[in-house]
Design a protein around this ligand. Sequence first.
Ligand code: MTE
Ligand code: MO
Length: 259
Amino acid sequence: MRLRIDRRRFLTGAAVASTTALGGCFDPLVANGSQVRGFLEKANDLTYRVQRLILGADTLAPEFAASEIRQPMRPNGTTDPQDDDYRALVTANFDTYRLTIDGAVSKPTSVSLAELRNMPARTQITRHDCVEGWSCIAKWTGTPLGPLLDAAGPSASARYAVFSCFDTLENGFTGPIRYYESIDLHDARHPQTILAYGMNDQPLPVANGAPLRVRVERQLGYKMAKYISRITLAESLDGFGEGGGGYWEDRGYEWFAGI
Ligand SMILES: Nc1nc2c(c(=O)[nH]1)N[C@H]1C(S)=C(S)[C@@H](COP(=O)(O)O)O[C@H]1N2
Ligand SMILES: [Mo]
């Protein structure tokens, strides 16, 4: 009995002490030049590896109720690609569309939209955060990306899934520059990473990436490639665009855009 009381006192005392320490933590410790401040500044540059450790490979992004969809999904970036090959697909109502999966795989393949719609589907209501500072909650339906890639037989050294898109953003010296993006195979196999062909219970509109766009729910909007034509598995991001892993990454954005 006596022991228990002492222990309770001890715990209460410890709790008070730690509250005080926390309450007073920030001002003195973050003062200019302190070691702690240096540490926090370094923490700001968290590398991809450390972010991955903190996030964990399987943490889920928050999902929402249908009642929380209070706005249309705001289209951003390209909203109506003018590329000839894409216009032909629109004219054919995407019946002629095939998604190519190639690169570091033993069984390169291509699948139609009808085939994708017949694969196991997942629906999720999530929040899309654009780096420009706006967010939208929308409902996405698609097929999980991981099993689709695994069916193509990724080589043991494959690390990235690189998405090629139909939309040309600018004309470079060597020709048109189309949007592209990449994620690693951890994110590709994450349960919420889907190739979406449906949005808010409708076929995915052209403005939001028809016929197929990826959802990578724990990262920022620019990672979520729209108008996907091809997914290439690769050991390295060299040789795609400028090598940064995406159209915006080649222009200075972070490759790992964790939220
Ligand atoms: N192919 C392609 N994908 C893209 C873009 C783009 O311009 N082209 N813009 C990105 C950006 S910055 C955002 S915020 C989202 C916008 O998706 P939404 O049009 O469905 O809102 O798509 C991303 N994927
Ligand atoms: Mo964005």
